[in-house]
Design a protein around this ligand. Structure first.
Ligand code: ZN
Ligand code: ZN
Length: 357
């Protein structure tokens, strides 16, 4: 954590902040090592303080290193604002994307001044993972892959999307996940054209597409995986075609992932292949996203992305083609950017698989 506070201080100096205040659970997990829901972290050039209430004092004593821990009572925002005032700092940065309007109002009232919005901190620092974080992401990724392999044989005609999603969740926790990284997406048949559809009462039928997008949190870090299958028999040549195009786009994009490449250009590689095949209008989301303490974090791999990939970044590569009323395909791997390219953290095969019914 010393290193992370030091990197934050360097970034603060570059941006002209005398202090930085964070109330965000994932940011405070990163900066202080604290995995609770309510805390405040305040960092200046020579001081790093952590505030929590009575509920978290024992946990903070176990988890928080490199910061001075103090138990406070009453409003956490008020105590944090008062502390900033007592430090006499005049330029205090905060992340407006991770602070509610209410929290900001209370902070500013107690501090007696205006805070400086900075959406890049500490998110920018979190984009490049250290070896410990990569080890945790690798473990979270392996866990969910084991669960997928274990649960796929349970798919049988009549099982509903919701029931299978519940089986996945149960198995994830059984194998050591603290929770799901997002509600599992399990879609059968034509419903697979809903990119983020919610599992429902649709029963699995012979000839259905099976789209599964899920992941877990283990040791604080998230994982994310999508595979698309056919159940019993391939629904038609059209499905084989969109599967092949999606896979070609995904493999080409994986080839393009390396240090120094613009995130936007990796998206463009996949988008060009899908576009040339005539399905450009059916790939309406970005190619991928960073994964870490949060399931969606920087860097983004999409058409608007401005960043460049660097070693240690962990991102998904997940193109898809969605044909309304017929069905869809998405194939998603998690990769870590290396010095020369990328390493797939996902081992689950991607050749079109027909699950036995
Ligand atoms: Zn996913
Ligand atoms: Zn994803």
């Amino acid at each position: 954590m010393h290193d992370r506070i030091a990197r934050l201080r360097t970034a603060m100096a570059e941006r002209g902040h005398d202090a930085f205040v964070s109330l965000s659970p994932p940011a405070n997990a990163y900066l202080a090592g604290f995995f609770g829901s309510t805390s405040a972290v305040m960092v200046t050039a020579d001081q790093a303080d952590f505030f929590c209430d009575f509920r978290y004092t024992e946990q903070a004593a176990q988890q928080v290193g490199a910061l001075t821990v103090r138990e406070v009572s009453g409003s956490l925002e008020t105590r944090a604002g008062e502390h900033l005032k007592s430090l006499g700092v005049s330029r205090v940065g905060f992340d407006p994307a991770a602070t509610t309007v209410q929290q900001r109002m209370v902070l500013e009232e107690a501090y007696g001044g205006t805070l400086r919005p900075d959406t890049d901190l500490p998110g920018l620092l979190r984009q490049v993972k250290d070896p410990d974080e990569i080890a945790r992401l690798r473990a979270a990724s392996a866990l969910k892959e084991g669960v997928l392999a274990e649960c796929l044989p349970l798919l049988r005609a009549g099982l509903t999307e919701r029931a299978f999603a519940a089986r996945l969740e149960f198995a994830l926790k059984e194998h050591g996940a603290s929770k799901v990284s997002f509600d599992p997406i399990v879609l059968f048949g034509a419903r697979s054209s809903l990119p983020h559809g919610m599992p429902g009462e649709k029963p699995l039928e012979h000839g259905d597409i099976v789209l599964i997008d899920f992941g877990c949190i283990r040791d604080g870090y998230c994982s994310d995986l999508t595979r698309t299958y056919a159940f019993g028999t391939i629904p038609g040549a059209w499905f084989e075609e969109i599967y092949a195009v999606t896979l070609a786009a995904q493999e080409a994009a994986l080839e393009a992932v390396r240090p120094g490449v613009a995130a936007r250009d990796v998206d463009a590689v996949a988008r060009a292949i899908i576009g040339e095949a005539g399905y450009g209008d059916h790939f309406g989301h970005g190619l991928g996203h960073g994964v870490g303490l949060e399931i969606h974090e920087g860097p983004r791999l999409n058409q608007q992305a401005t960043g460049t990939l660097a070693p240690g970044m962990v991102v998904t590569v997940e193109p898809g083609i969605y044909l309304p009323g017929r069905g869809g395909v998405r194939i998603e791997d998690l990769v870590v950017v290396t010095e020369s390219g990328c390493e797939r953290l996902t081992q689950t095969p991607k050749t079109l698989k027909v699950l036995s019914s």
